[in-house]
Ligand binder design. Structure first.
Ligand code: NDP
Length: 336
């Protein structure tokens, strides 16, 4: 069996050497335990945070510890009456090809209903983040305008599509012409703007003639700068992520914008609220029901970016923070 452990805490952009591949003996399940073979490992932006020991909402991975991560696995041996060999389960078993579990934190995935990888994406943590963050914090109303960046990604694609279902005008922001074309033509956003092309503020203003009522924050950085002047009175800003800053080593140069932003929150009566997907566990059943239905009706589409080979996980995580992924990023660790 193989696993990746955290070898060193990255400074700035992670290096592949910050993660070290180790071999270990496939463990034997004890009483009440199951042995799992990892099929898919989810790669997510929060993993950059777990590599750092800066104060956060979750404890860091210790040096030498197995990297955390969500997985879909197959039960290959079971001493637990609730699980049979061959069951497919969602868990948080980390960056390893095999793992043991007492079953308490596993959820079965029915491969006859959906592709099993969707439990890590559209029907999993990122989908739930989008659903809860938009509906509970964004409070969308038909006819309003929503802007979301990382729009072709796991969270952003769902935010925009759900907002379209709720009758909003939806403007995406994405990196590059291919992603923008996909967001408009396949996902059905009203518009999509390339944040890498010149004059982002001007093009965003043109795309939002009635201003912005919801800015679903995934990235911060220059995208946030372009959004701020367009916000309407009583706009809502669910703060989900700030990926443009995850590799920062120092505060951005230039004047301190906080006093003027703080004043704008007052004068425009903005609602700015941070969200963690774990805050919304009570919405899980509604989420599963609604999104499964929308998938079946073809009202929600999703795209996966599947990297082959467990050994390529570190390189792929580095790429995620550069925008090299196109869709929900997964590593195929083993074939079913
Ligand atoms: P994505 O699939 O969207 O992948 C990340 C994308 O971020 C990249 O593809 C890239 O898209 C974009 N990006 C990277 N760097 C920059 C940059 N400097 N400026 C602008 N865009 C950038 O990932 P997820 O959907 O999993 O995550 C999206 C956001 O949601 C992240 O901020 C993540 O931390 C957050 N999140 C928060 C959760 C919570 O509970 N609060 C739960 C899950 C996710 P492009 O090429 O289009 O720029």
């Amino acid at each position: 069996a193989r696993r990746f452990v955290l070898a060193s805490r990255p400074v700035g952009e992670p290096k592949t050497t910050d993660l070290q591949l180790e071999e270990f003996a496939v463990p034997q399940p004890g009483t009440g335990e199951v042995l799992l073979r990892t099929l898919f490992l989810s790669l997510d932006p929060y993993m950059r945070g777990r590599m750092s020991d800066a104060k956060s909402y979750a404890a860091p991975v210790p040096i030498g510890g197995v990297m955390e991560g969500g997985t879909v696995s197959e039960v290959i041996a079971s001493n637990n009456p609730k699980f049979a060999v061959g069951d497919i389960v969602l868990g948080r078993t980390g960056w390893q090809t095999h793992s043991l579990s007492d079953g308490a934190s596993l959820r079965k995935v029915d491969p006859s209903l959906v592709p099993i990888s969707t439990a890590l994406g559209v029907l999993g943590m990122p989908g739930m983040t989008a659903y809860a963050g938009l509906l509970e914090v964004g409070k969308p109303k038909a006819g309003e305008t929503l802007v979301v960046a990382a729009a072709s990604g796991a969270v952003g694609a769902m935010v925009g599509q759900i907002a379209r279902i709720k009758g909003l005008r939806v403007v995406g922001i994405a990196g590059g012409a291919d992603k923008c074309r996909y967001v408009k033509n396949e996902l059905g956003f009203d518009d999509c703007i390339d944040h890498r092309a010149p004059d982002l503020p001007g093009r965003l203003a043109t795309a939002c003639p009635n201003g912005i009522d919801i800015y679903f924050e995934n990235v911060a950085g220059p995208v946030l700068d372009a959004v701020l002047p367009l916000l309407n009175t009583f706009a809502r800003i669910p703060i989900c992520g700030t990926i443009a800053h995850y590799n920062d080593t120092a505060p951005p140069a230039g004047p301190d914008k906080l006093p003027s932003v703080w004043r704008m929150i007052l004068s425009k009566r903005l609602t700015v609220r941070g969200l963690l997907v774990t805050d919304f566990a009570t919405m899980h059943d509604d989420f599963q029901r609604d999104v499964s239905g929308w998938l079946k009706d073809g009202r929600i589409k999703y795209r996966e970016d599947i990297v082959a080979g467990f050994e390529n996980a570190p390189r792929a995580l580095i790429g995620l923070l550069r925008g090299e992924n196109f869709g929900k990023l997964l590593v195929r660790v083993a074939e079913r």
